[in-house]
Design a binder for this molecule. Structure first.
Ligand code: PGA
Length: 255
């Protein structure tokens, strides 16, 4: 058993209106597990952050955003900055999700800038990486993952220090929203490679302490076997985080 505390995150993507957000957040807050045993995070759309914050009340649930710009303020129409998210109550920000990479042209270079800036302003980045089906079939998974890690964590590599609160999320693109989960062994293999890479780029302690989440069709019926893998420290959940019953089951997987 490793010493890393499980971290379970719900990525709501562009879903749920105000009333639905309130209801869902309240239901989750009522069932929030012991924060000494599991960290739980909700990442609603920007416009629901305040609503969700209020609905959570004093329950031990963390708030995150799904994206952020790297500058603190300025003429960047349509963007939201890290200090704005901190002020709104966020402690984390998801960066480099495969939808941001493929639909909005985000590159490793952009993700690196965003992760560096977010951590400077006190937001813990959740940096996402993952290969496509074609890349996997061509046996390029390891090469792609390492190149995304190298590029997305460039500033931290140059300083030879990873922010202690940073998390990584391995999300094979072919498993996101498709119902196709990586097998626990497939997830473990990549998580193990990521940890080895971290040890080489930073140090053994960093590799041992960074939490690496798995994402891609995590559901109540597969969470336990995925979480049983030694290098899987949590889950980044999309579809199954939109229903109270399934997300509560997922965050309480060990109880
Ligand atoms: P999914 O999404 O759980 O719906 O596959 C995961 C994600 O995109 O973070």
């Amino acid at each position: 058993m490793n010493q890393r505390k499980p971290f379970m995150a719900g990525n709501w993507k562009m879903n749920l209106n105000r009333e639905e957000s309130t209801e869902l957040a309240k239901a989750i807050a009522r069932q929030a597990p012991d924060p000494d045993r599991v960290d739980v995070l909700l990442a609603p759309p920007f416009t629901s952050i305040a609503t969700v914050r209020e609905a959570i009340g004093g329950a031990p649930i963390l708030l995150g955003a799904q994206n952020a710009h790297w500058e603190p303020h300025g003429a960047f129409t349509g963007e939201v900055s890290p200090p704005m998210l901190v002020e709104a109550g966020c402690s984390h920000v998801i960066l480099g999700h495969s939808e941001r990479r493929s639909l909005f042209g985000e590159t490793d270079e952009i993700i690196d800038r965003k992760a560096d800036s977010a951590s400077r302003f006190g937001l813990a980045p959740i940096v996402c990486i993952g290969e496509t089906l074609e890349e996997r079939e061509r046996h390029r998974t390891r090469e792609i993952i390492e190149s995304q890690l190298r590029g997305s964590l460039r500033s931290f590599r140059e300083r030879k220090m990873l922010p202690p609160a940073l998390l990584l999320a391995y999300e094979p693109v072919w498993a996101i929203g498709t119902g196709k989960t990586a097998t626990p062994e497939q997830a473990q293999e990549v998580h193990g490679q990521i940890r080895k890479w971290l040890a080489g780029q930073f140090d053994a302690k960093t590799a041992e302490t960074v939490r690496i989440l798995y994402g891609g069709s995590v559901k109540p019926d597969n969470v336990k076997e995925i979480m049983a893998m030694p290098d899987v420290d949590g889950a980044l959940v999309g579809g199954a985080s939109l229903k109270a019953g399934s997300f509560i089951h997922i965050i309480r997987f060990e109880f």
